[in-house]
Design a protein around this ligand. Sequence first.
Ligand code: FE
Length: 234
Amino acid sequence: MLNLESLFNFSYGMYIISSKNDGKFNGCIVNTVFQITPEPPMIAVSVNKKNLTNEYIAESKVFVVSVLAEETPLEFIGRFGFRTGRDIDKFERVNCKTGQSGVPIVLDNAVGFIEAEVTDAINVETHTLFIGRITACQTIDESKVPMTYNYYRDVKNGRTPRTAATYIEKKPKAKLEKVDHKMKKYKCLICGYIYDPAVGDTENGITAGTAFEDLPDDWVCPECGAGKDEFEPV
Ligand code: FE
C-alpha cells in the first residue's frame, strides 16, 4: 500500500536557498535541507530542475540556505516559493547581506544561514540533490524560532507548489456541472494565480462552476496560500 499522505509524518524546515549566476541572483523556497556529516560539515538539498535556482547552483557551485522563522508572512514565502526569478527580481526590497561566495543571505524573517560550496550534484529524476561543504554558518536572530514544514502547513495553512520535492497531488473530486461563463475570474495579488470559476479548484474540492463569491471563507490561493481578500476581479 502506497499511502503518500503518510509522508507528511516526515519533519522538515522552511528555507530560502539562494545562488548566483553571471552577476544575477535568485532564490526559492525549499524544505528539503539536511546535514550529512559533522566533519567535514556537509549538507544536502533537493531542488527541482525546473527552478531557475537549480541552474544557478549548477553553474556557480555555491549556495546559501537562509533558515526562515515561524513568523515569516505567507506573502514572503509566496514571493520566493511561487513566483519565478525569470519574471521578477525576488530580492528587490528584501533585506540581504552578501556572503563570502557573493550569494545573498536573506536577513528578513531569517533565524540563521548556511553557506556552502557544491561538491557533488546527483541527478534524481525531476530533482537534483546538491551536496555541499559548509563554508560559513551563523545564527542571525536567536530570539526567533525556526519554522517547521508542519507549522507552515498546519498553522499557517501554507501550500506546496508542484515543483517541491515533497509535493503530493490531491485526487480531484470531479463533478460535471453546467458552467456559467458570466462568472468573473479573480487574480491573486500575491502570486498572480487566476481563479477561473469555469475550472474551479478541483484539487482542493472546489468543483467547476463555483463562483469566486461562493468559495468557502477559508479557501486560500492554491499556489501561495493567500486568503480570499488578497484577490481582485480581472
Ligand atoms: Fe496566490
